[in-house]
Design a protein around this ligand. Structure first.
Ligand SMILES: Cc1cc2nc3c(=O)[nH]c(=O)nc-3n(C[C@H](O)[C@H](O)[C@H](O)COP(=O)(O)OP(=O)(O)OC[C@H]3O[C@@H](n4cnc5c(N)ncnc54)[C@H](O)[C@@H]3O)c2cc1C
Length: 421
């Protein structure tokens, strides 16, 4: 097998770079084991949410500051100050357009939305799936919020818990009253997973029935101004489901950001699959990249193994891109070290803290080192045709810094520009 570019990893970073390259006319093979962190994500697109534990209001201004003042930060890879901002804006803009047929993304660069999650916390993010935008608490003003919970949803979060935590995080006056109701949503069995319920709602008949039930509830609770719904509004048909709901209730209605398992994460992955396939990327799902064959400072071939059958193939390429994610993906933790399997490199050792989350946070900081053109460094020297992007670069603890998709998309775009310039 042979391609101009071989991309390793089918998360948001790999799909972005593969789609851009295929649209440019290059032959691209994308090898992916399956799903990764992208499938677990909540529905938001985080550029920069916190610096030193403090909430970031303007992610672009904060990115400018970080990329200028902190050369060791992973965002410095995008360039200094305004150049980093230009790459971020360009990559998100391109992505938003390319995926729009399959999934709508909304937001702005210069103001973080503050969106509520299913567990009642508030999360800063620049962009989010369109079904979540009306949950931006910046736009709340003395709302009467109606929280819908679903009786037959197996992982449904307790609305009282949600109410208590959410209200404790809001400034007074944002919400004046909360009502909540449980409804038996359309679904094939008594209790179902969020994904089963979302797939059921993909069918227009079920979505109409669901919207009617909410309308009936609204008629019995006067004064509601906004409606929060668990994140189950369809997988492949989310626009239609959301439109039906909006038409029926005529009020701002929003999905909460998800916990794991995440329907919005799966929804995004399905849209990414359609986006990259639609651009002509050849996708090998269920294949694991095992080894990069390096001659001099150039990768000649990649060995891949089919996870079920065990059969092995070699793929030749002009260029290769690592986009296999972090330790939920291609990087491995062996003997208290983070290890890169394709080239056989140890990237750094993990100090074991007594608190597991501190250890995890530290491990997430370790990643593949790249030069200014995003080429992978071994012992400080770049491999001529091997690039890396996304979570594989490390340097980020998504929960603490509120950095995720923004980094994946911007570094994927930077790899694309390096490869095609
Ligand atoms: C629980 C959780 C929730 C998050 N929520 C958010 C959020 O709401 N918003 C946000 O902006 N960010 C969020 N993040 C961060 C964000 O999800 C990641 O930064 C981003 O998805 C990383 O994308 P990626 O493409 O680099 O990696 P991944 O999405 O992990 O993709 C890696 C891919 O590589 C494949 N792979 C791995 N090894 C191999 C191999 N050897 N051969 C072939 N394929 C391989 C995997 O199967 C996978 O498809 C969250 C992260 C986690 C863990």
């Amino acid at each position: 097998m042979k391609a101009d570019v071989v991309v390793i990893g089918g998360g948001i970073a790999g799909r972005m770079v593969a789609t851009l390259l295929a649209k440019k006319g290059l032959t691209v093979i994308l090898v992916t084991r399956g799903l990764g962190a992208t499938a677990l994500s909540s529905g938001s697109f985080d550029i920069l949410g916190f610096i030193d534990g403090r909430l970031v209001r303007d992610p672009l201004e904060a990115l400018n500051r970080v990329a200028t003042n902190s050369p060791e930060h992973v965002y410095a890879l995008l360039g200094r100050g305004r150049e980093a901002c230009r790459i971020m804006c360009k990559s998100l803009g391109l992505f938003k357009d390319m995926i729009a047929r399959y999934l709508k993304i909304e937001g702005t660069f210069d103001k973080n939305m503050i969106l509520p999650t299913v567990i009642g916390t508030l999360k800063p993010c620049a962009y989010a799936q369109e079904t979540m935008k009306s949950g931006d608490v910046n736009s709340f003003n003395g709302e009467h919020l109606l929280i819908i919970t679903l009786k037959n949803l197996v992982f449904h979060e307790g609305s009282e818990l949600f109410e208590r935590i959410l209200v404790s995080g809001l400034t007074p006056g944002k919400v004046e009253r909360i009502s909540h109701v449980s409804i038996k949503a359309s679904g094939p069995s008594l209790t179902c997973s969020p994904l089963t319920l979302a797939k059921a709602l993909d069918k227009e008949k079920a979505a109409n029935r669901f919207a009617n039930e909410i309308s009936k509830i609204l008629a019995s609770i006067p004064g509601v101004t906004r409606i929060a719904i668990p994140p189950v509004l369809g997988v492949d048909n989310v626009h239609v489901v959301y439109e039906i709901l909006r038409e029926n209730v005529s009020l701002p209605v929003f999905e909460l950001l998800s916990s794991v398992p995440s329907v919005p994460g799966i929804r995004l992955c399905r849209a990414l699959e359609r986006m990259s396939r639609g651009a002509g990327v050849k996708i090998m799902t269920g294949w694991e990249a095992m080894k990069a064959h390096v001659e001099g400072n150039v990768v000649r071939e990649l060995s891949v193994r089919h996870e079920l059958s065990g059969s092995i193939e070699r793929i030749a390429g002009e260029d290769f891109v690592i986009a296999y994610g972090h330790i939920l993906g291609g990087l491995q933790v062996l003997d208290d070290s983070v290890y890169e399997p394709l080239l056989g490199m140890t990237l750094g050792s993990i100090t074991i803290f007594t608190e597991p989350f501190k250890t995890l946070s530290f491990a997430l900081k370790i990643g593949i080192k790249v030069d200014d053109d995003m080429r992978v460094l071994i012992g400080g020297e770049p491999i001529g045709n091997l690039y890396a992007c996304g979570a594989a670069l490390g340097g980020v603890d998504p929960a603490r810094e509120g950095i995720g998709m923004g980094l994946a998309l911007s570094t994927a775009y930077k790899v694309f520009t390096s490869l095609t310039s």
